[in-house]
Each structure stands twice: as C-alpha cells, then as structure tokens.
Design a protein around this ligand. Structure first.
Ligand code: URA
Length: 239
C-alpha cells in the first residue's frame, strides 16, 4: 500500500496531500528512517510506521460501541442536534465512519459506529436475522400471555406481520421487560407495544447479536470493539 493511502486511511483529518507535507518535514518514519516520499510503498502489516514518533498500527476497519444518550441523532450530519459521530473521541476518529443502524432520538444504548460497510450490511439485512435486544419500560403492565403473543408474531399496523420476538418480563409489576427482535423496522419496538395497547416510556438497546452493551460505559462514551468480539455482532441466535 502507498504510504499516503495508509496514513490517510488510519488517521482522522489527514489527507494524502497532508502526508506529502508531513514527509517533507521529516515527521513520518518507516522502520525508524524518515520517509522521503509520500507515494513510497510500504508493507502495512509489517513495517513500523510512525508520525511524530507515535506508531500508527494498521487496522483495516474500526468498530466502535457507543452508549448513545437521549437527544443525540444517528446520522452523519444534522444541523440542529448533536450526532453520534460527534461523540467519537479523537483517537477513534477516521474517515468514512457511520452509524450502522438507527436508534430514535429518545432511545438510549448500543449504537455500532464503523467504517466497514460489508459488516453493517450483514448486520442490518433482514436476511441475516441478527437479533437486537432492548430494555423496555412501559406505561402500563404487560397483559397476561404477552410473551406468547410476541413469540408467535402478530399482525402489524400495515397489514403484514411482525416476526416472532422474545419477551422477558423483568419486574413483578410487569412494566419492565427485555425484548429481542430480529427485524429493524421504523419505530419497531414502540409500534409493537402500541398495537398491544401499551406505550413505551423508556427504551434502551442493550445488545446487538451476542454482543452486550458494556455496562461500564457511561452515556455518551465509546469503546473500541476488539477484533475477537466483532463476529458476535453477527451472531444469529439471541443470548
Ligand atoms: N424501536 C423503536 O421503536 N425505537 C428505536 O429506537 C429502536 C427500536
């Protein structure tokens, strides 16, 4: 790979032209020696590349777990509200980041931010049935037998059907539950409960596939997902 392509893909806000300038100033080293040309070819897996003495380790893609707070939107740009990308700290920033899937502005919890379009496609495509699990607080108690209704799937508000979903009640007053769904339709959780005559008053996504939202992550904080955990995002079976 060319040195300028390598550095501009790994570091935020660094263009190939910037790399040329940095090389001229002697700020980029390859194997300890100053790189004279930004178009030189490097071995991204084995060469030691550094900028201002700080090693730049190659990662083809980056995967970030964000604990989204309410009031933040899942888009790359928004004139009015803060976006999830604005919460990514500098050391995890790179060109091409986007949120893989959307949570409503008033929903909290796990948003995956990545630059890996293939993984995002597999995670979001209905064909892959990747489960997403939500903590739900309801206005009224869930009715007797609601677990079975959700497990069987029921008619949606557009004449189709919601796919079977797994509902687990969490408290005696039946107002808190975990719901696992394998589709990702617009306002899905809120609409499912609304059709059961109830209303969601608080919603938080707590897992994607088999990867749980890290409970040490405060609202608004990000964590890089380690490579060994990335496959868990695609696990088809619920926890
Ligand atoms: N379902 C909803 O209704 N809202 C979300 O943000 C996610 C799932």
């Amino acid at each position: 790979m060319r040195l300028d392509k390598f550095l501009s893909s790994q570091l935020p806000d660094i263009s190939r032209r910037d790399v040329k300038r940095l090389c001229l100033k002697g700020r980029v080293t390859v194997g300890g020696a100053a790189a004279k040309r930004s178009d030189m070819h490097i071995d991204e897996l084995h060469d030691e590349i550094a900028l201002d003495g700080v090693p730049v380790v190659y990662r083809e893609h980056i995967y970030i777990m964000l604990n989204k707070p309410q009031g933040v939107v899942c888009s790359t740009r928004d004139g009015l509200s803060q976006t999830v990308l604005e919460l990514v700290p500098d050391h995890l920033q790179r060109n091409g980041l986007f949120p893989a899937g959307r949570l409503d502005k008033d929903t909290e919890g796990f948003v995956l931010i990545t630059d890996d379009g293939d993984l995002a496609h597999r995670m979001l495509s209905p064909a892959h049935h990747v489960p997403k699990t939500y903590f739900v607080r309801l206005e009224k108690p869930c009715e007797e037998g609601c677990e079975n209704i959700f497990a069987q799937g029921f008619e949606d508000d557009e004449g189709g059907r919601w796919k079977p979903a797994q509902l687990r009640l969490l408290n005696e007053s039946r107002t808190e539950c975990e719901l696992t769904i394998t589709e990702g339709r617009y306002h899905q959780v809120k609409r499912m409960f609304s059709q059961q005559g109830n209303r969601v008053v608080f919603l938080k996504r707590i897992a994607i596939g088999n990867l749980l939202l890290d409970d040490s992550l405060a609202l608004g904080e990000c964590l890089e997902i380690l490579h060994k955990d990335v496959d868990k995002l695609l696990a088809e079976k619920a926890r």
